[in-house]
Design a protein around this ligand. Sequence first.
Ligand code: C5P
Ligand code: C5P
Ligand code: ZN
Length: 470
Amino acid sequence: MPASDARYEMLERDAAAAASAIREADDVLVIGHIDADGICASAIASRTLERLKKKHDVVFVKKLDDASIEKVNGSRASLVWLVDLGSGYLSAITRQNVIVADHHVPDPGWMNGQTSLFDFSGLIHVNPHTRGMDGSGEISGAGVTYMISKAADEKNKDLAYLAMIGASGDIQDQAGSKFIGYNRKILSDAEGNGDIEVISDLRLFGRETRPLTQFIQYCNDPVIPGLTSEYTECSRFFTELNIELKRNGSWRAWSDLDDDEKDAVKISLIERLGGSGIERLIGEVCVLPRFRKGTELRDAKEFATLLNSCGRYDDAPVGLRICLGDKNALSEAAKNRSEHKKQLSIALNYIKQNKIIREKKYVQYFHAHGEIRDTIVGIAAGMVLGSDGIRNDIPMIAFANADDGVKVSARADKSLIIKGLDLSSAVKTAAERVGGFGGGHNIAAGATIPSGKEYEFLHIIESVIETQLT
Ligand code: C5P
Ligand code: C5P
Ligand code: ZN
């Protein structure tokens, strides 16, 4: 049996143990992370519990700080089910009957052995890292939650598409421009149901809802010479190919084009790239054929971004309702979507125009103070990394003011992971040394630290990263 199957089977056994505990529970408190992955995970958990006729509540938290830990430890529910968070803070959980369904790097104290089923700790931990899998690329928080759901009842396979939206939200389809690892297994469940269609297409953002000109203009991975950031040139590009930008008074989106038009665009873009970056331009794309054409629900990336826009603006419950099929929630989410778009654009302009990025030897960083919201500073850091004129051969560390101190977000290019970079442990170590806390994934991590400790944090993280990379 291939090694990968053995790992999958072990994780499936953990998921089955969690499913049994859920069946035995009287009532359940689901605690989910506020981002797209956490919202999808919460929707899967909620639907699963509803089908089991279990009384339950869902609450969302930004991170497992003291207040959220208190929600877990102080809950009167017979079972608490954490989704897309918890693994980094296992030792803070003191109550019995807890399931942690997560894909973040676990609390090191728990790495060896203590990872399984309701042992003396009363905690079931379902996490790919404990079974030799990579939680940053092979399966998301929604994916782990889906495994538990499917173990509870095979019929819950109809929730697989939500797990894939979660994985899209966590950018798990970067390696080779497709999903890998356990995500492929979940994807095949979703394809089997007809909920997802995988096609090879342009991987730019906004296939369903962005007007064509912006669709190309905002492509920065890869940068398309002469078109990226050039609105007028992008309009001319379509005109020269005889492709109408508007039809019947409405802007056309990529999904409105016929196959001949799409081929003409692809050929032309490939020519402009002159051989580099084609594998990132064209690759696997997940279409959700059950949703109406021209809506963001029809494209996994757009769906995930809509959910993210809810979560990052204190509106995760609306995202949850979208996942559960509440039609009214869509119109309520519209304001979050436009706010997210606006805030990200302001953030990126602020970083670039004020040239606030500073370089050290092993890291680069910026401090957004109160100019960028703490909930999106990580997304902004990921977007500027490697964009025009900004290096991607060292990680980006971003700071922003938060209510409880300073929010830190760290992002890196995947090429550094192969060289030994682990942002999760670097951020955790540096944050704890300055009196804060944090964790995450090798490629993306975050923390909260006391304000005034930013430079000490930078100094420490730089030396940890130097050790990792040399
Ligand atoms: O908390 P959670 O695991 O859901 O968040 C993962 C974070 O890692 C997301 O913000 C996602 O954008 C980021 N990420 C990334 N690049 C990757 C994988 C994940 O920036 N290749
Ligand atoms: O907040 P940000 O998007 O930068 O988070 C990056 C990753 O680090 C996410 O997976 C998030 O869940 C994780 N994180 C964490 N502990 C924190 C802050 C972020 O594990 N205190
Ligand atoms: Zn996640």
